[in-house]
Every structure is written in structure tokens, then in C-alpha cells.
Write a protein that binds this ligand. Sequence first.
Ligand SMILES: Nc1nc2c(ncn2[C@@H]2O[C@H](COP(=O)(O)OP(=O)(O)OP(=O)(O)O)[C@@H](O)[C@H]2O)c(=O)[nH]1
Ligand SMILES: [Mg+2]
Length: 311
Amino acid sequence: MGATGAGKSTFIKTVTSNEAVVVGDGLRSVTQEVRSFKCQHDGKQFSVVDTPGFNDTNRSDREILQELADWLLESYRDGLKVSGIIYLHRISAPRMEGSSMRNLRMFRRLCGEEFMQNVILGTTFWDAVGEEAGAAREKELLETEGFFKEMKDRNCDIVRISNDRGECLKLLSRFAAKQPSLMCIQHELFEGKLLEETGAASAISQELAELQRQNNEKFADARNQLQRNLTRSELEKAYSLQLERRAHEVQMDEVASQREALSSEIKQQEVKAEEKLATISRAISRQNHGYQVGLNQLNDQLRALKASASS
Ligand SMILES: Nc1nc2c(ncn2[C@@H]2O[C@H](COP(=O)(O)OP(=O)(O)OP(=O)(O)O)[C@@H](O)[C@H]2O)c(=O)[nH]1
Ligand SMILES: [Mg+2]
């Protein structure tokens, strides 16, 4: 067992020399179903079981667990017990990522503490790291709680796995020396628990709930941040609108008082113009009156002249 790409099928192909074992050649997960391969070693018959890796690119951990659980329950009903499990981990992985931690927690719940003595913790990809860097990582993995420390404390064997067939076969011999045992999930399923009620499944749901909680927290943070930003920008907008309105009102007041001043000035000028007009028309009428008087006098003189001329 182990995460996808850890080298499970490679190990099985090495020990069984069976060409039917499909090893991945890309980034995508390869093994999709639990499949058993037979091999002989040291006078003993082994069934080596390949499993799909957790953290599959195509399927959820829940589906993978279902696949494993079905196989384990069926084999238990058939009277088969598991002699051991090799849990593979890529030593070349630069850090223990969240998905690797999840897989490990689920694996531990799947086995139960008692079964740990039937587990071999195998590290692969040693050729992809320097001996020194690999050894430092191995030490950290074995000494850190939540990584492999608890498994080591439970007497789980720790081995470095190479592609040497002889070395790999020796691991099968180690299992042959162990008492086959029942895994926790086999007990649980055989007792009639639903998969959802098993420890391994609840580990997934706990992880999912934790992921959900973390996502919700991130979402709430982002929403609060957005709200704060919005509120701030809205306040700034409202404030600048208010300033604009105040400036506009001041302008309007100025225009109104200018208009008032202008209209009273116009009125004064109108009064003055009317007064001027009245003065002018009075002068004209005086002048007209003078002309009329002169004209009358001239007419009188003309009439008098005409009368004296005819007599
Ligand atoms: N360098 C190096 N490559 C390895 C080692 N073990 C496996 N590989 C390569 O890693 C890739 C994945 O190996 P698989 O054996 O298919 O991995 P798996 O664990 O069965 O993966 P899934 O079936 O997807 O769960 C293949 O290309 C292997 O050749 C190793 O120890 N060193
Ligand atoms: Mg595989």
C-alpha cells in the first residue's frame, strides 16, 4: 500500500517477475483495482497483492478505500488472513505533504495498532536522492510524531527498498516468519459495520471535515477582507461625494448671491434710465412748447403782414 507512484507495482513486478503487473510511466495513477499475483520463494507460496494508491489522480480516497475494503472483507470471508503489508513511501519526496499525511493516518486506522507488527515501512526512490539527504529525511520521518514515529514505536519494520530482486524477496520471507493477523477494518466490516462507520473511513471524513473547515475559514477571511475593503472604499466614496456636494452647495450659494446683486443693480439702472428718460422727455416737451410758441408768433406776424398788404 501507499500513495500513488510510491512504487508498489514496481516492487510486485520485481518479486513476481510477472509481466502482467502494470507499472506507471507518467504522472497519472496506474493501478485501479486490487489484484493478487502469485509467486514462489524459499519453498513457500505467496500471494502478493497490488493496490491502487491513495491520492489517485482519477478517484477519491473514499473510492480507493471501498475497493480495498471489499477485497479485504471478501478474502476474510474466504478464510484468508493478511501476513503483512508493505507501506511504501518515496524518500525522494522533499516534504511530507498534506496528502501523504492523510494517507498515512488512514492507513494506520485501516490496520489498527495491533497489526503494526505485520507492517513493513519501505522507503523507495533511494537512487533519486543522495545517501546523506535520504538518511537525514529517513531520520526525520522516523523521529517525528505524526510521520513514522508511532509506527516505528509499534515495532513496524523499517527498510530501504531497492530494485534488487533478492533483497525484495527477503522481505517476503520476513512476512513468512510472522503470524498472519486481522486488520482493524476487517474486524469492523465483519462485525457488520458499514464502511462509513470504520475508523479508516472516519479518518477520511475527519480529513474532509478539516479541509472543509480550513476552506470555510479561508473563505470567511476572504469575505471579511472583501467586506472591509468594500466598506473602506464605500466610505471613501461617500466622503468624497459629501465633499463634492458641499462644494457644489457653496458654489450655488455664490451664484445665487451674485444673481441677487446683479438683479438689484439692473433694477437701480432701470430706475436711473427711467429717470433719465423722463428728464429727456420733459426737456423735449419744453423745447416743443418753445417751438410752438415761436411758430404761433411767426404765424401771427405772417397774418398781420398779409392783412396790411391787401389793405
Ligand atoms: N527512480 C526510481 N523510480 C521508481 C522507483 N520505484 C518506482 N519507480 C518508478 O515510479 C513510477 C511509478 O511506479 P509504480 O510502481 O507504477 O507506482 P505505484 O505505487 O504502483 O503507483 P499507482 O499504481 O499509481 O498507485 C514508475 O515509473 C516506476 O518506474 C525507485 O525506487 N526509483
Ligand atoms: Mg501501481
